[in-house]
Every structure is written in C-alpha cells, then in structure tokens.
Design a protein around this ligand. Structure first.
Ligand code: ADQ
Length: 417
C-alpha cells in the first residue's frame, strides 16, 4: 500500500476512576501533567510529530475542559486538510452514551465514512511517552495482517492492569492469544519477570475495523471494548499482529528516554511519572526539542525567585517551574510547580506536584502531596507531613502515603471545621 491515507482516532472518553479526586470534574485525558501539559498532549504531539494531520478525538465523560483545551491548543490551519476535531458522544445510533471504547467507534463510524481512510489508528489518550506512529503503520502494512497492537514489556505483577499479548512462537510478530487484564500470566521466555502488555494503541485496515465494530455492536454478550472484545476477535481470526515499542526510534532520544511509556492510571503512578521528569538526568526528557511535546501557550510573565522583605531567599532546586510562578522567601525542592503558583516566605514545598494557581502561604509546609488547581495552604498549615491528619481532613491518601487535595480547597487544620 503506497502512501496510505490514515485517520487517527483518539479515545478520550474514559472516566479515570482511579485518579480521583483529580478526575472529579474533568476527563482523565484532561488531567494536568508536568507543569504545563494535559495528558492528551502526549498522544496528540506524537501524532503531529509523526506527520499525522487528520485526527478525531472521541470524548464523553466530563468533556468540557478537554474540549476547551483541544479547541484552544490544537488548532491547525485547515488549508492542507488538517484537523484535530473533538467529537463528543452524540447518540447518533440510539438514545445511549458510549458503552465502551468499541461502541465509541461504532457510534462514530460516520467519521470514518467521511474521511475514507485506508488505515485507522486507534489510540489511547492517557499515557506519557514518545512514539513515532509511522513506524508502527509501516510494520502493520508490512505484516499483511488486519490489526496491529502496540506492545511494551511490563512487570509480571501488573498483568491485571493491561491487555496481555502472547505471541506465536513460530512467528513472534503475530499474536496467538490476547487476554484483557488477567489476574496472572506467565513471564516471557527471555525475561521471566515481564510480560508483553498492550499499550492500548492499535492500527487497523479501515474496512476490517468497520466490519469488526459493526459485528460487535450486534453481539449482546460483548462489553463493546477494544481490548476486551475487538482485539481478541482479530486474534481468533489469525489477523492480529504486534508492534514492539522497543523498536520505535525517536530523534534525539537516548535508550532510556526512547523506551519510556507510563500508564499514569493511579495517583501513585501519576506522581512517580512527575518525579521521572525532574530527575537531574530525567527518565523522560521534556527538553528534547527534536520531538517536542506541544501544549497551550499561556500569556504569563516568567517565573521569579526573590528575597522577601526580611531577606529570606526564594529558591527552587531539582524542580520544574512554570511561567507566572513567584517564589518569594520560600523553598521548593524536588517538585513540579505549575502556572501562577505562589510560594511565600518561609514556606517549604518538597517532593510535590502543584497545579495552576496554588498558593502556599507563609511558613506552610507541603511534602509528598499533589495539590490540584487553586488550592490554598494557609500560613503555618501542613499538607503531606502528617498523612493521618490529611486522611481525617477528608483528603485522599494513597497506598504509598501521598496526600491529594482537590481543586479550590482551602486547607484547614481542624477536620471538624
Ligand atoms: P484501559 O485503559 O483500562 O485499558 P479503557 O478504560 O477502555 O481501557 O481506556 C482506553 C482508552 O479509551 C482511554 O484513553 C480512555 O480515555 C478511552 N475510553 C474508554 N472508554 C471510552 C468511551 N466509552 N468512549 C470514548 N473513549 C473511551 C486499555 C486496553 C488494555 C491496555 C491498556 C493500556 O483495554 O488492553 O493494556 O489500555 O493502558
């Protein structure tokens, strides 16, 4: 197939229950990440950097901030037929919302009929990584199979979080069995502690995908899920191949950075991925401008670090600090600090993620915490220093002891207030 026409469909309707409270009023792909980004910026940047210019984003759950972000950020000139279109669930085929990711595609078949692609790439919207999709599409065409699943190695104890790919021993590029989120799975022959996980990114021959989701829509026993139903169906038909992410080459990336892929599905994973960004030699390098990650440009002044009136220095080390931040006489370490946040005199923020517009007032202390937008930590208060107190105040405290404070909350010491 020379120069195939490709339509990219980004699935962005997921609820992201395990990221609560960050997904209380936004879809998971709209969750802020890395000081300036939202999760969906990673897949969209990868698409644009891969030369893909026809992109539809299927949204459903609490899609307002996602729609706004897409329309404000991802606007192409349509001169060359380029578009990123955010398409909310529209009940085109009946009075019901999307049942699952396959139903989201079934209900959006008009987009495929309009674009008339040869190939459809279906991609998840909530992972942090760099990937050149052209390389996967080339491998798909080369294989002659109808469906290709991107695979990445993951630790064995995570099999219940992912689709598990078992390849054909005689032809390792072909999938012999695909099981969605099994409790356990055997390890790989060459690496017993790992299995091959589906990345939730797929490439299909357009016609075969249309036939598969139409057949699935008529199957009452189906959950209408891409990983649970559609990929197993292609596998049973002997038509599913695997594209190993380990072979994806990215300009300007070292081996660790190139292989980086994180499903930030839980609060602890979300936090750990932030720590990966700020390590002195980061596991994921936001500064690789040969494969830039794009996001909305805000009109804000540069970050500033100043002594306060009593000459206490304002400092940040081992941190990422966004425009509009003011650190005046306070100290920030090992943290990601987003737009317009203020850290006042004698306040200390360590190992934390602060989203836009957070205010850390005089002498307050924050440690191992995620503070959503516009949280205020008043003078002398703490967050994350005493996790039991945080739990009593009604904040989420994760398994690893991280405290997460929802949007717009003014932190109060007394749980009874
Ligand atoms: P999950 O992420 O658990 O597993 P799912 O919840 O279906 O699967 O989410 C996949 C993508 O589809 C996400 O980007 C989500 O936002 C979106 N989505 C979910 N429901 C949707 C709906 N009704 N409408 C529109 N979009 C929707 C999947 C695969 C696994 C794979 C992991 C990798 O099923 O096999 O291993 O991704 O993280």
């Amino acid at each position: 197939m020379a120069d195939p026409k490709v339509l990219a469909i980004v699935l962005a309707g997921g609820e992201g229950k395990r990221l609560q409270p960050l997904t209380a009023d936004r879809a998971k792909p709209a969750v802020p990440f890395g000081g300036s980004y939202r999760l969906i910026d990673f897949v969209l940047s990868n698409l644009v950097n891969s030369g893909q210019r026809e992109i539809v984003v299927l949204t459903q759950y609490k899609s307002h901030s996602l729609d706004r972000h897409i329309s404000e950020t991802w606007r192409f000139s349509n001169l060359l037929g380029s578009y990123v279109a955010s398409v909310p669930a529209q009940q085109r085929v009946g009075k019901r919302w999307f049942q699952g990711s396959a139903d989201a595609i079934y209900q959006s078949l008009n987009l495929i009929f309009d674009a008339k692609p040869d190939i459809v790439a279906v991609l998840g919207a909530d992972h942090v990584y760099r990937m050149d999709f052209r390389q996967m599409i080339d491998a798909h065409i080369e294989s002659g199979l109808q469906a290709t699943v991107a695979g990445v190695r993951q630790p064995l104890d995570q099999s219940d979080q992912f689709g598990v790919i078992e390849t054909d021993p005689d032809n390792p590029a072909k999938i012999r069995e695909f099981v969605e989120k099994p409790a356990t799975t055997p390890g790989l022959a060459d690496s017993p502690g790992e299995f091959l996980a589906s990345m939730g990114n797929y490439v299909f021959d357009a016609k075969a995908l249309v036939e598969a989701v139409v057949a699935d829509s008529k199957d009452d026993a189906s959950r209408h899920d891409m990983g649970g139903d559609i990929i197993p169906a292609f596998t049973s038909a002997g038509e599913a191949g695997v594209y190993d992410f380990a072979y994806n080459v990215i300009p300007g990336a070292n081996d660790e950075d190139r292989a980086y892929w994180r499903d930030v599905g839980t609060l602890d994973a979300f936090y750990d991925a932030h720590q990966d960004l700020i390590a002195p030699v980061p596991a994921f390098d936001l500064y690789n401008q040969r494969w830039p990650i794009y996001t909305r440009q805000t009109v804000l002044p540069p970050a500033k670090f100043v002594h306060d009136v009593d000459h206490h220095p304002g400092r940040a080390v081992d941190s990422i600090v966004s425009p509009g931040v003011v650190v005046s006489g306070g100290y920030v370490e090992g943290s990601v600090v987003s737009h317009g946040t203020q850290v006042d005199s004698l306040a200390a923020v360590s190992s934390s993620v602060l989203m836009d517009g957070v205010r850390i007032q005089r002498g307050a202390r924050v440690h191992r915490a995620i503070l959503d937008k516009n949280v205020v930590v008043p003078a002398g208060e703490t967050v994350g220093i005493f996790p039991e107190l945080d739990a009593r105040r009604g904040f989420t405290v994760t398994e690893s002891g991280l405290t997460v404070v929802p949007k717009n909350v003014v932190v109060n010491d007394d749980p009874r207030d």
